[in-house]
Design a protein around this ligand. Structure first.
Ligand SMILES: [Zn+2]
Ligand SMILES: [Zn+2]
Length: 350
């Protein structure tokens, strides 16, 4: 039996975290008629991968990680009629059931099935490997002209597109993004593609601040040496932010957001940290008709939009790809750079 290199998560810590190891595994085989054997071409490293090792995000023991990946059809189950060998594919790691009440109401990102822990690359084998077997329902076909390295960012871009749609951004809006980590920067690229009054980022890391300027931020506030409220009020003539996207999700960023939101503002909570807490005064929402909304992954249509944006180069997603490395360097180079925060998106290739 042929073998392949794969990065496998082993749960070794009390808090559910553990370590990731590069191992030689047997190439997986199709066992159901609706499955596809994918030859992986590229897989992005996500902050969630590091969180898993620290115990900050649940994952299944003995699972191949990597949930931002693309590949080509290597073999097809007998039920699959609409794909052929060699077709380019992107994986929606959050496979939807299609029949639960949320799927049927058009809220497929809230599919009941997701809550059972099914994500490919977290709870089931994913893309840090040469091959992966997936059901047809977890796959979107890609256009032939798409660059496969860029396409590895379809999944995170779909989340950014979803977030931008929820924020309902208008031309007259002052938009603030909290955090210029990989997702903050991808959201920045989406927001920047639309006419707005002003785009302001809030970030503490100097390297990321530079990157946020490169991607088109008008202003960046560093709260370690600047007062967020004072700066935002000055930049907006005392009005405050019309749209705030919290791409961090800790108590401090939410508390800051509540100090700078304009009357009528939309506050979108995107970053996730289950430990975060904040006190909110209901009257601040009622009296000033503000909105607070969560943005969680995306709908199928956001995936389709992200594919279009990358394939037609409407968004130059390559600007957020700072490193391309072979899978064998996933831990020695990839995870090391992630921990040092000297990167935005790193794409691995088997
Ligand atoms: Zn991710
Ligand atoms: Zn469902």
């Amino acid at each position: 039996m042929d073998k392949m290199l794969a990065a496998v998560f082993h749960k070794t810590k009390e808090n559910g975290g553990g370590e990731i190891k590069l191992e030689q595994l047997e190439i997986p085989q199709i066992t159901k008629n609706n499955e596809i054997l994918i030859e992986v071409k590229a897989c992005g490293i996500c902050g969630t991968d590091l969180k898993i090792l620290d115990g900050g995000h649940p994952a299944n023991d003995n699972t191949i990680l990597g949930h931002e990946f693309v590949g080509v059809v290597k073999e097809l189950g007998s039920d699959i009629q609409d794909l052929k060998l060699g077709d380019k594919l992107v994986v929606d790691p959050n496979e939807k059931c299609g029949y639960c009440i949320n799927c049927r109401r058009g809220l497929s990102n809230l599919c009941d099935f997701l809550a059972t822990g099914t994500t490919f690359g977290i709870f089931q084998n994913g893309g840090f490997a040469k091959y992966c077997v997936l059901p047809r329902s977890a796959i979107f076909k890609l256009p032939n002209n798409i660059d496969m390295t860029s396409a590895a960012l379809v999944e995170p871009l779909s989340c950014a597109v979803h977030c931008h749609n929820i924020a309902d951004v208008k031309e007259s809006d002052n938009v603030v993004i909290m955090g210029a980590g990989p997702m903050g920067l991808i959201i920045e690229s989406v927001v920047r593609k639309h006419p707005i009054k002003q785009l302001i980022l809030v970030e503490i890391d100097e390297w990321r601040i530079q990157k946020a300027y490169e991607l088109g931020a008008d202003q960046i506030i560093n709260p370690t040496r600047q007062d967020i409220k004072k700066e935002i009020m000055e930049l907006t003539n005392g009005k405050g932010a019309d749209v705030i996207i919290d791409a961090v999700g800790i108590s401090e960023t939410l508390e800051s957001a509540l100090k700078i939101w304009a009357p009528g503002a939309r506050l979108i909570l995107f970053g996730q940290d289950f430990r975060a807490e904040a006190i909110i005064k209901p009257n601040d929402i009622v009296r000033y008709q503000r909105k607070i909304m969560g943005s969680y992954i995306g709908y199928a249509e956001d995936f389709l939009d992200a594919i279009e944006l990358i394939a037609n180069k409407i968004i130059d997603i390559d600007k957020v790809i700072t490193h391309k490395i072979p899978l064998v360097e996933l831990i020695s180079t990839g995870f090391k750079l992630m921990k040092e925060r000297k990167c935005v998106k790193i794409i691995t290739k088997p």
